[in-house]
Design a protein around this ligand. Sequence first.
Ligand code: SF4
Length: 350
Amino acid sequence: MDFSGNLVRWYAAHRRDLPWRKTKDAYKIWISETMLQQTTVNAVIPYYEKWLHVFPDIRSLARAPLQKVLKTWQGLGYYQRARSLHLAARIIVNQFGGKVPRDYDLLKKIPGFGPYTTAAVLSLAFGKPCPVLEANVRRVMMRIQGIHGESKASHDQTILKRLSSVIPAGRPGDFNQALMELGALICRSQNPLCLLCPVQSSCWAFKRGEQEVVPKPQKRSYRKITSVVGIIKKEGRYLIQKRPSSGLLAGLWEFPGGKLKRGETREKALVREIKEELGADVDKAKFLVKVDHSYTQFRVALHAYECSLKNDPALESGKQKWVSLKDLHKYPVPSGSAKIINFLETRHTK
Ligand code: SF4
């Protein structure tokens, strides 16, 4: 069976019209592929367009301060990716004259270029026969090859070996995109549309009616976290502080506060956190709003309290700032804090 031919022909007829499919520019493809990891196409489109408006080419990204990069990325999560894009742009400008390297081993050494992004950029922008392997491709190929169980490294090797033998030399980018598109539109994890599938005749799972059990469905378990933050206002400005420059949500700004300890009430946690972080005692605290947000591994219920303090907080220069409501949106903040800022803005305009 002409597996690759059937797949690429189907893609030509059914592919979605997406902004990053209109270009062969390696920079734009790199940005889109980085944004698309673990984020849906529809969610990425406005971020991609905004990003290219702010940073139209690799040199503009390399020149930009990190805070502007994080702010432009805000809402996509996985902020390490934005930091890697920024660092990689500087390396490519300084060491490669602003041109994305076309060599697999060279490109793979640059921060943020893992096996997936490297193969995607090389195949889509430069026509190199490098197969991509991401969640959609993995699911499609496990079904086609009849690979049971959960995904793991040894399965990935089996899949990549097969893909390397069938990726067409003339159209590797279309082949890779076709497989990802097939996984997104037809070979879905639930209720795959096998009767519309262009590679049905090559599919082990279809022939045995085992589409729903290959691969083994994964259960996701989220840790639940309850946090409190203090909304502290002085002369019309709010107190925000910068997170450490490494670790979770590094370099972003947020309202002071933190996680509840075991057995602690929200009010006690608030008093403790404000004391620990600002060296100040809470005078009065009034519950304001609760927002929920999901991160990769956990869900946070964030409880915001309007606070007054008994004494002035001890602020560290560069780490904490008083910021007016209209300027709060200029700072890169985690999504939970962004929801609280939206709440404050909406309340202000009522
Ligand atoms: Fe997926 Fe069904 Fe196509 Fe097999 S036949 S690749 S299970 S959509």
